[in-house]
Write a protein that binds this ligand. Structure first.
Ligand code: NAD
Ligand code: WQD
Length: 344
């Protein structure tokens, strides 16, 4: 029997790529999104790639009765992947209540429906941001959680605790927390990808927008860190590889293979790449020369972080496979496709 998975935030960056992988693995998908940070035509891209248009409900998950109506309309939902959230770190500092309200109430509404509608399990989008600057690298799942640097980061910590407390209370659900490192890139078809609103805050969209001429130059935030070339280090994970991790995790839930009440996995490559290394890899992968300059450090930046992903490799049977240059080429192809479509 085909299982039906509710993908919240499914027209967003990671949700759309995960929908593609779920459908290609044989799952039926119902997307719920309020389109606050995505567009409905993402569904066209998903349909072109997979040949299947996922069911779509434009619903705000802060609205409990509208959320419940989704479960009534699709009684076969047996698993949930919960991506829907507001995710801009800087904005969360300016508008903390918006972030606490959206990210926490949406999760509570979704979790509350699960026992009533017989939903077996949930996968939650968490983040390496919960580790802050780890004292020891790479970060494992046991690395201590540090006090959050932003309201956004705090919502990830609180939501992890809400899920843990709910499962501990005896709720008959399985839960997997996936802590993503830095997701980048786009589907190789360039039919779906990342669609930042306004001036991008994240490195890759700023870089590709600079390369295509939307931005004048990329600022590299600091070259005086305690790293080999002085720029910050991150673990950049290809969004398609990340999407596949969700399929592995969902299959584990559906096949009753989970062994802990709430399982936690780091999802990254296990390798750190500096900002300058990334720029040079982009230039090599695309042949495009990037205009960049070194500027001062960005407030609140972590110096270096990358993940130990042994647990995901061994237990989920998942591994990040795509070489960095292919990932960067996919981001560039996507930026060019947006230009061709007259979007950016
Ligand atoms: P995204 O903004 O592209 O996707 C999130 C989607 O959720 C958007 O389509 C938005 O419209 C929708 N949404 C927001 N609030 C909603 C609500 N109340 N009701 C219904 N839909 C709502 O973001 P993304 O990069 O795809 O991130 C997905 C998840 O992964 C988020 O939870 C994010 O915090 C987490 N995450 C992202 C990153 C990253 O760097 N992209 C890293 C770690 C974790
Ligand atoms: C990456 C590197 C910057 C832009 C943020 C959130 C985190 C997570 C992912 C969700 C850093 C440098 C960037 C630029 C630059 N999201 N940079 N010039 O900061 O690792 O993490 O997004 O949970 O919570 O904090 O990602 O893409 O912003 O930056 O030099 O114009 O690129 O200093 O070293 P970050 P990022």
């Amino acid at each position: 029997m085909k299982e039906t998975i509710l993908v919240t935030g499914g027209t967003g960056f990671i949700g759309s790529h995960t929908t593609v992988e779920l459908q290609q693995a044989g799952y039926d998908v119902v997307i719920v999104d309020n389109l606050s940070n995505s567009r409905e035509d993402v569904l066209d891209g998903i349909e072109k790639i997979t040949g299947i248009r996922p069911a779509f409900e434009k619903v705000d998950l802060r609205d409990a009765s509208a959320t419940e109506a989704v479960f009534q309309k699709y009684p076969k939902i047996s698993g949930i992947i919960h991506f829907a959230a507001s995710k801009a770190v800087g904005e969360s500092v300016q508008k903390p209540l918006l972030y606490y309200h959206n990210n926490i109430v949406s999760l509570i509404n979704v979790l509350s429906m699960m026992p009533k509608y017989g939903v077996k399990g949930i996968i939650f989008s968490s983040s390496c941001t919960v580790y802050g600057q780890p004292d020891v690298l790479p970060a494992t799942e046991e690395t201590p959680i540090k006090k959050a640097e932003s309201p956004y980061g705090n919502t990830k910590q609180i939501n992890e605790e809400i899920i843990e407390d709910t499962v501990k209370s005896g709720s008959p659900i399985k839960a997997i927390l996936l802590r993503y490192f830095n997701p980048i890139g786009a589907h190789p078809s360039a039919l779906i990808g990342e669609m930042p609103n306004g001036v991008p805050q994240n490195l890759i969209p700023y870089l590709t927008q600079t390369a295509i001429g939307i931005r004048k130059e990329l600022s590299v935030f600091g070259d005086d860190y305690d790293t080999p070339d002085g720029s910050c280090i991150r673990d950049y994970i290809y969004v398609v590889d990340l999407a596949k991790a969700h399929v592995c995790a969902m299959t584990r839930i559906m096949e009753d293979k989970t062994t802990e009440p709430v399982e936690v996995y780091n999802i990254g490559t296990g390798r750190g790449t500096s900002v300058l290394e990334l720029i040079h890899a982009f230039e090599k992968a695309t042949g495009v020369k990037l205009n960049y300059k070194i500027v001062g450090r960005r407030a609140g930046d972590i110096e270096k972080v990358w993940g130990n992903v042994d647990k995901a490799n061994k237990v989920l049977g998942w591994k990040a496979e795509t070489p960095l240059e292919d990932v960067l080429a996919s981001a560039w192809k996507w930026q060019c496709a947006l230009r061709e479509r007259g979007i950016m």
